[in-house]
Design a protein around this ligand. Structure first.
Ligand SMILES: [Zn+2]
Length: 438
């Protein structure tokens, strides 16, 4: 993997391996394991040594990976990249089976800020975790069904003549319910039996009675792909924010050595619904992991965590809005990031992003050192601004932060797009953030 082309293809592999946030962590662990990382468990006493490569998982969909330096973190600080594993989607309700008009449907909740109409007429599979009873207790099993098993059908234009002039308004309770099957008396559908079969394909044999609960997302089964006449685009679901997870992990695993300083990646669940959970960025995970690394580090000293925070820097990586050629008036005229134009530094004086002048200067310097272009973004002054884990992290830890992201279109659509060349550019920039002395 040396060229930008290959890294965009590697992103496609990452996205295809991660139809749910739990699968995103599984794929991250697979890559970390292949590079000699070992798992630390939160319930154990941690013992680490200089140069150690470790990771910690909380809640199945949040993970931290750290490569320890030679010097204690309170002396050299941490260099960190953060992103989120979750994406807006449709998720199964606890009692998911609905029978209406002789058909079986799947009751779903809307997770995060879904662009609802983009989920119509997609071939949908299911992925996530199934909780099962085992001889040693209640445990989670990852499950995914890549078959096009269900669909949210749109309403024919003949039955909604004004749709192209008045717009499409969808009721999420009644009009976004996927159609799963015809309700046939012989062989009646049973969700738990279906889930037991899905688990059996990857794990052990289960009966439907051993399936206790589920955390499941719908996803489009059509694999991510390259697009454009010169393969300059990536078309995929979940680019927000798997593209940043991928860039952070790949950058960590490929960054030039910087042996004295500890560096790492934090990938959080629950960003799309506000980050307030045990494994979200508002939770204690970041503080717990960094604090325990400071304490466990050989020769740890008093007040190591706040002293380390004073010397640390956190790059919050989340996708950015590229200029949309059909809606260019939605963009601030002086700040119009382009697909293929390199990493974007995102600013908002009202702290929707954590960037300040120092963060911008540092990140743009890293882009320069890496030999990649960079771009700047602020939202129009007459439009509201999205937010990220950047300000949350800055507030919780008192750490300096910059908010960045690769440019993309169709954010929060079932199928998004980004520039292929930007994949390698972001990996290179984040790599410099890990190894630069600036
Ligand atoms: Zn995001």
């Amino acid at each position: 993997m040396n060229s930008g082309t290959d890294l965009a293809d590697d992103l496609i592999s990452f996205v295809n391996a991660a139809p749910s946030p739990w699968h995103a962590v599984q794929e991250t662990v697979r890559r970390l394991d292949a590079h000699g990382y070992r798992q630390l468990h939160e319930g154990d006493t941690w013992s680490v040594c200089k140069g150690d490569r470790v990771y910690v998982v909380r809640g199945g969909a949040t993970i931290a990976a750290l490569e320890l330096g030679d010097s204690p973190p309170d002396v050299t600080g941490f260099r960190l990249v953060g992103a989120h594993t979750d994406s807006p989607n449709l998720r199964l309700k606890p009692n998911a089976t609905v029978k209406r008009h002789g058909q079986i449907q799947v009751a779903v909740e809307v997770y995060g800020g879904v662009l609802l109409h983009t989920w119509l007429d997609r071939d949908l599979g299911l992925a996530g975790r199934v909780w099962v009873r085992t001889p040693s207790g209640i445990e989670a099993r990852l499950a995914r069904c890549d078959e096009p098993m269900m669909r949210v059908p749109s309403l024919a234009i003949h039955l909604n003549r004004q749709v192209n002039t008045d717009g499409l308004v969808l009721n999420p309770q009644t009009q976004m319910v996927p159609l799963l099957a015809l309700d046939q008396p012989a062989g009646a559908f049973e969700l738990n039996r279906f889930l037991a079969d899905a688990v059996r394909r990857e794990h052990e044999s289960l009966t439907s009675a051993e399936v206790l609960a589920h955390d499941l997302c719908a996803f489009e089964v059509v694999p991510a792909a390259r697009g454009g006449t010169a393969r300059e685009f990536v078309f995929a679901g979940r680019l927000d924010n798997l593209a940043s997870c991928h860039a952070g992990v790949v950058a960590l695993l490929r960054a030039a050595p910087a042996p004295h300083r500890t560096r790492g990646v934090f990938l959080f669940d629950h960003e799309e619904c506000g980050s307030q959970s045990a494994q979200g960025a508002q939770g204690s995970f970041l503080r717990d992991v960094l604090g325990r690394i400071c304490e466990a580090f050989p020769g740890a000293s008093k007040d190591a965590l706040p002293r380390a925070m004073h010397r640390s820097f956190f790059v919050s990586a989340d996708m950015a809005h590229a200029l949309h050629p059909n809606f260019s008036d939605k963009h601030e005229p002086g700040h119009q990031p382009m697909l293929g134009g390199g990493p974007v530094v995102k600013s908002n004086v009202n702290q929707r992003y954590g960037t300040d002048g120092e963060g911008q200067a540092r990140f743009e310097a890293w882009c320069g050192e890496a030999g990649v272009p960079s771009q700047r973004f602020v939202t129009r002054t007459d439009l509201g601004c999205g937010s990220t884990i950047g300000p949350i992290t800055a507030a919780n830890l008192g750490i300096r932060v910059v908010d960045v992201g690769s440019p993309m279109l169709s954010m929060h659509s079932c199928r998004e797009m980004c520039g292929a060349a930007d994949v390698a550019s972001m990996v290179a920039a984040l790599g410099r953030s890990f190894s630069s002395e600036v």
